[in-house]
Design a binder for this molecule. Structure first.
Ligand code: ADP
Length: 745
């Protein structure tokens, strides 16, 4: 405490003054007060002093001015001064209380340093909203320099539209100030000096100071975060809309198997079982609830069922179909996610299932209908054949009756009956054949077939027909050609060539030519039937291989059924071959079939010899045996003959069809029969069955010699009663072994 008179002379100092300034009391008394002031302020000080003395009033400490005192040793220290006028008698004195504020100033500096170091913009304001302090971050964020802000209302930093409201908030806050952290749900904005706005987060806290409570606010620019949030929101909205646009239920489970995402179909699916919030519910809980509510149809054992679903969920492979109690069927498809969770979709496949069932039903109905049709056709043809045979038989008897011969007019009419009857019989046979092929009941067995032999047979069959029609028929290989072998079913191969050849004659011109020839095309052999006849109109050509298509001949004089070519095409395809044709109306046609050529050399007798020499049948001594071989393929017969010729005590009789075969076997009673299966007319199966039914042939063992494909039908082979089955081409050793065994019995 220092008291000075109105001339500025010290009149009184106390003990603290001596300690504070380092002077003895005596040194100070009578000296001007400027002795205690740093030199740089001394000159200006008397003016302040005079100003105060002129209008003296109490001035408290902390006016905000930075004041310094000066010690005797010249050092300075920050002070605060309060002045009060004193009247002592006539004398006007001024008493000044002086406080050393060095410590406080230091604390303040520390506080400022802290403020500057804060990561956020800091603004400290007085309770009435005036800015007292700002840090560098605040300058940066708002675009102001410090001096522009100090003393201003904080509202300056807020967009105009929020200002009025803010005053209210601020007042309320300063009445009940307490710390409020960032991250309130409020969307706050700050305004920069340039007028632009920034989204911010603000935390508030009251600071108690000597000047009262100040409000400190930390302000954080969150524009980046908002941008990221907006991007994340957009991405999640897109994901959700994608999930929603999926027509089934889709659910995503995390690594702990908790549901973390699903679409509305999925929610609707689980809703009846799991009323509450679905998110975070585990898969096991969901399934359990669905089971309890009976959502799944026909579950025999809930435990097993649940285990099955969980197993699929944990290790999803393929799909899982689930029947619901409401009659619908869901197809579940789950996949593991990279995060170790599972994404699971469920699609309602009820309609597909129903459709499939309908298709299945339709298919079996169609199959049943088709087989019924074949059955009907086959029994109908049998039924028709019997009376037809009677009609034809008796018509022929009438025709030849020598005792009561018919008149020429009657004979002519009878000729028409016979002709019509024969046509009808052919039609019946063709329909039967076609229906068998369509029902898949025709099995062809392909084997190497000598083309020359076949062509010879075809020529013999067609010759009379060609002669009647006045057509020159040429059949055969051109000179010098090696006779090739093709892979075919001999009977069916002949049938194809006869169909082509007879058409060439039928649709030829009187005096014209028909020719069947052979061309080699790589590993295929093409057999062509050519004529110079009427040809086929272009517009009729595309349906020529379809059944009952007669290509304009329907009303014509040439007899036919329109089935031949369709049978031909199907047979060729069954043998792995193809058919084709060229035709020009008025000029002629050529039809061909292509079949695979059999390249390997036919079995030589020399191959057979080593095997034969060891056989017991190769010795001259012992019983003699007879074998009947029913086979329509001459090259097979030749091979068999070659083998048997080496066995001195065995004789072979070959028969070309089953009907004759049965008669020969009944008459000769051979020791063994070797039976081909695919025969023209009666099949080897049927023939063997007949032999089994006849007492005189019942015990003769029959060896089936058949294409490997036929072995698939073992049941049929067994039923027919074969003693053994051997595959074509026959292996000599195997054949011998079988013969030895059967003949030794
Ligand atoms: P079909 O001879 O019994 O009528 P196909 O199925 O054998 O039956 O032949 C179908 C039709 O193809 C015949 O009706 C005939 O119009 C025609 N066609 C077949 N071959 C010849 C050919 N070589 N020349 C002219 N037309 C033919």
């Amino acid at each position: 405490m220092v008291v000075v008179d109105d001339a500025g002379q010290i009149v009184l100092v106390n003990r603290q003054t001596e300690t504070l300034f380092g002077f003895e009391r005596a040194e100070l008394l009578g000296r001007p007060i400027e002795a205690l002031i740093p030199e740089r302020y001394r000159e200006a000080h008397p003016a302040h002093r005079i100003h105060f003395t002129a209008s003296p009033k109490l001035r408290p400490m902390g006016s905000g001015l930075e004041l310094f005192g000066r010690r005797k040793d010249g050092s300075e220290f920050p002070i605060e001064i309060s002045l009060s006028p004193l009247q002592v008698g006539q004398k006007r004195l001024v008493s000044s209380a002086i406080r050393n504020v060095t410590l406080r100033r230091r604390a303040e500096q520390k506080f400022r340093a802290l403020l500057e170091a804060a990561p956020d913009a800091m603004i400290i304001a007085s309770p009435d909203g005036r800015i007292v302090l700002v840090n560098a971050q605040a300058e940066k964020l708002f675009g102001y320099v410090r001096e522009e802000l100090l003393g201003e209302a904080v509202e300056r930093l807020i967009p105009a539209r929020y200002r009025a409201g803010h005053v209210g908030y601020r007042t309320a806050y300063s009445q009940d100030p307490k710390a409020r952290s960032m991250g309130s749900a409020l969307q706050l904005f700050a305004q920069r000096k340039d007028g632009t706005e920034v989204p911010v987060e603000i935390s508030l806290s009251p600071i108690a100071t000597e000047e009262g409570v100040l409000i400190s606010s930390a302000i954080r620019d969150i524009s980046e975060r908002r941008k990221t949030e907006a991007a994340a929101k957009l991405a999640s909205e897109r994901l959700l809309s994608a999930l929603e646009s999926f027509h089934g239920a889709i659910s995503l489970y995390d690594a702990e198997d908790r549901l973390i995402l699903c679409n509305s179909t999925s929610r609707a699916l689980f809703a009846p079982a799991f009323g509450g919030a679905l998110l975070n519910v585990t898969y096991a809980e969901l399934i359990g609830a669905c089971l309890d509510k009976g959502l799944f149809g026909a579950v025999e054992d809930a435990g097993v069922f649940k285990a099955r679903l969980l197993a699929y969920h944990r290790n999803p492979q393929g799909t899982l179909d689930l029947a619901l109690s409401n009659g619908r069927t869901l197809r579940l498809t789950s996949r593991r996610t990279r995060e170790g969770g599972v994404i699971s979709t469920a699609v309602d496949i009820t309609d597909d299932v129903m459709h499939e069932a309908e298709l299945h039903k339709a298919r079996s109905e169609a199959e049943a209908a088709s087989s019924a049709k074949s059955e009907f056709l086959s029994s109908m043809s049998h039924e028709l054949r019997t009376p037809m045979n009677a009609i034809l038989g008796f018509a022929q008897l009438l025709q030849r009756d020598k005792r009561a011969p018919l008149t020429p007019a009657q004979l002519e009419k009878l000729g028409y009956v016979l002709q019509g009857g024969e046509h009808l019989l052919r039609l019946i046979d063709d329909i039967l054949d076609l229906s068998r092929i369509e029902a898949g009941r025709v099995v062809v067995s392909t084997e190497p077939v000598g083309v020359n032999e076949v062509l010879e047979e075809v020529r013999q069959t067609l010759e009379p027909m060609a002669a009647r029609a006045g057509i020159t028929l040429t059949v055969g290989l051109s000179a010098g050609q090696e006779p090739p072998q093709v892979l075919a079913d001999r009977t069916r191969f002949v049938q194809i060539l006869i169909n082509f050849g007879s058409n060439a004659i039928k649709y030829g011109k009187p005096g014209g030519r028909a020719e069947i020839s052979v061309e080699t095309l790589g590993d295929r052999l093409r057999l062509v039937a050519r004529d110079d006849g009427i040809g086929i109109p272009l517009e009729k050509q595309d349906k020529i291989f379809q059944p009952f298509q007669r290509a304009g001949q329907e009303a014509g004089p040439i007899e036919g059924t329109g089935i031949g070519l369709s049978i031909t095409k199907r047979l060729a395809e069954l043998m792995g071959g193809t058919v084709g044709f060229h035709s020009t109306q008025g000029l002629g046609s050529e039809f061909w079939v292509e079949l695979g050529i059999h390249r390997s050399a036919p079995p030589q007798r020399s191959d057979a010899l080593p095997a034969l020499s060891g056989s017991s049948l190769s010795s001259e001594q012992g019983d003699s045996f007879l074998i009947v071989y029913v086979e329509d393929n001459p090259s097979n017969i030749a091979f068999m003959q070659g083998v048997i010729d080496e066995l001195p005590r065995v004789k072979l009789v070959a028969v070309a069809n089953a009907e004759q075969g049965i008669e020969v076997i009944r008459a000769l009673r051979p020791h063994v029969v070797i039976m081909d299966i695919n025969l023209p007319g009666m099949s080897g199966y049927e023939a063997t069955q007949r032999l089994r039914d006849l007492p005189e042939t019942r015990d003769i063992p029959v060896i089936a010699l058949t294409a490997a494909a036929m072995l698939g039908d073992r049941k049929r082979l067994e039923q027919a009663g074969f003693a053994r089955y051997l595959t074509k081409p026959a292996k000599v050793a195997e054949l011998l072994e079988t013969l030895e065994e059967l003949l030794a019995r």
